[in-house]
Design a protein around this ligand. Structure first.
Ligand code: DGL
Length: 263
């Protein structure tokens, strides 16, 4: 293993690019390979076994491309499969979980909302984290069913998306929440619409920056941090729409290789 090998990331689609952006911002000298498994989105409606098999398939593809570390850029895959991946593959894995720990810690009203997929909310890992860190907090959980397919279709600011957000978020408001946790890597792309619905007194948090910091710490620990930008590259593979992947990455200035791949 050497520091010039790429970091691998995978998600059930384009959502994990919100994590890629944070990682690239903090670690600009790292080569990366991103897998957008859009063909199989949404993972959140699948069984634990299906999520596990898809996570294994993505991991093995990234390992075959020489990745030195893998970021599971998907809450649903992390909460259902990361224990297995860590036990069965030797590279370090970084996962992403809904940020209920900081939300519960900082909440002044004692009420926080969590918008995540069914797969994440029903996972054992989420249950354990909530029991450990939010036991004195009122946690209002909401399954965001239907949001991932709309984001995958590029309908970020459509009527359909806004209607679903209103349906899911307005029932939370009477609980006087002051934090809303976005427990799905697709959802940061909806922050402007979400903020309008919940109002400015609710702080929206996700785990992107924490994942980037943790990635840096683990690379340092294993002496795998790249210290120069010479010969680095950013590859993105999708088994879905290349056009939508390119659109979601259009705010990134660096040159990126985006390709279709059947995986
Ligand atoms: N981005 C994935 C997550 O963080 C979406 C899951 C799905 O495909 O349902 O959970």
């Amino acid at each position: 293993m050497n520091e010039k090998q790429p970091i691998g990331l995978f998600d059930s689609g384009i959502g994990g690019t919100s994590i890629w952006k944070e990682v690239h911002h903090l670690l600009p000298n790292e080569s990366t390979i991103y897998l957008s498994d859009s063909k199989n989105a949404p993972y959140g409606e699948k069984s634990v076994e299906e999520i596990l098999q898809l996570s294994i398939k993505n991991t093995e593809l990234l390992l075959s491309k020489g990745c030195k570390l893998i970021i599971v850029a998907c809450n649903t895959a992390t909460t259902n499969a990361i224990d297995y991946l860590r036990k069965n593959y030797s590279v370090p894995f970084i996962g992403i979980e809904p940020a209920i720990k900081p939300a519960a810690l900082y909440s002044k009203t004692g009420a926080v909302g969590v918008l995540a997929t069914k797969g994440t909310l029903s996972s054992k890992l989420f249950e354990k984290t909530a029991a450990e860190f939010a036991k004195n907090t009122i946690t209002i959980e909401q399954d965001g069913e239907g949001l991932v397919p709309l984001i995958e279709a590029g309908k970020l600011n459509s009527n359909e998306t806004n209607k679903l957000l209103i349906k899911y978020l307005t029932p939370m408001l009477p609980h006087n929440l002051d934090y809303l946790v976005l427990g799905c890597t697709h959802y940061p792309y909806l922050i402007p619409q979400i903020q309008k619905i919940v109002g400015k007194n609710v702080t929206i948090i996700d785990s992107g920056k924490a994942v980037a910091k943790q990635t840096k710490a683990i690379l340092e620990k294993y002496n795998l941090l790249s210290d120069s930008s010479i010969n680095i590259n950013f590859q993105f593979y999708t088994n879905g729409s290349l056009a939508i992947l390119k659109t979601i990455l259009s705010d990134v200035k660096d040159e990126m290789a985006t390709k279709n791949l059947d995986f």
